[in-house]
Design a protein around this ligand. Sequence first.
Ligand code: SF4
Ligand code: SF4
Length: 320
Amino acid sequence: MNADDRQGAWQPAMTADHMQQPTDPLQLSILYRGPLSSCNYGCDYCPFAKHAETAAEHETDQQALERFLDWVDARPAHDRIGVFFTPWGEALIRRRYQQALIRLTALPQVTRAAIQTNLSCRLEWVEHCDKDKLALWATYHPSETPRERFVAKCHDLHRRGVRFSVGAVGLREHADEIEALRRELPPEVYLWINAYKRLDGYYHPEDLLRFERVDPLFPLNNTRHPSRGRACRTGQSVISVDGEGTMRRCHFIKAPIGNLYAPDFASVLRERACGNDTCGCHIGYIHLDHLGLYDVFGDGVLERIPSVPLWRERALPVLS
Ligand code: SF4
Ligand code: SF4
């Protein structure tokens, strides 16, 4: 695709070449979000409505997770499946999600099994995973845990040879904390900053400068990317799946496109233009073709690790 094509309005090309055929090896990244909706933290900026789950609700989540794992397990070994758990809360403190990652990383058809986490869990379980396939997306929440404790977990992960990115919400009042986190993390670890976009004009120019020094990709996240009519890989090679197997193209477009547990689930995987005006979340806009972010993130798309350490290629005053 040339630069001009990327700027133009995308036209769907629904030829047989672009549709998943039943006999094709499946190449699919699945963002799984089951019913779990509890967290051991209580961040003010949390976008999720959390509650304390009952034993019955945990059981429902467990059964949904097992059904999903059984489905992945039953896929042919030549498939190329990435799984990314994006729970409405903290899942990794639950043994069932640790076991899920152990099980998934052992499957030949799974190329990557990743999860979003606040990293408050114990870490011994990672030793039972195939670490070549395991990845964590770890978010630091300064109001919920001391930086020393979070950083110690990161160093532990690093020593254990686990792939992970670290991030934080870019609240202005957390700028000092985020810079300190950058200084204390292993230099090989990417630290991303999610822009706080709920208030227009929230950042002052000096805030933008500080955050961009830490995360060169911060300006990209601090943008609501125009997306209507644009080509986005979701719905074709990336889908969102809930606990009942309902497939959606992404977390931001609620219309179902099928059900993962239907025998013909793959028949709905095809190119689709985005129907939303903008896309402002990393786990969404990264799949927009015209942004070219698959080139930036390579095989670290799911866990948000750029393929080259571009955060180390800058002179970072905050690190000196
Ligand atoms: S750790 Fe994540 S899920 Fe839990 S309260 Fe904070 S933002 Fe919400
Ligand atoms: S651009 Fe964003 S909102 Fe649109 S389809 Fe892709 S992930 Fe969904």
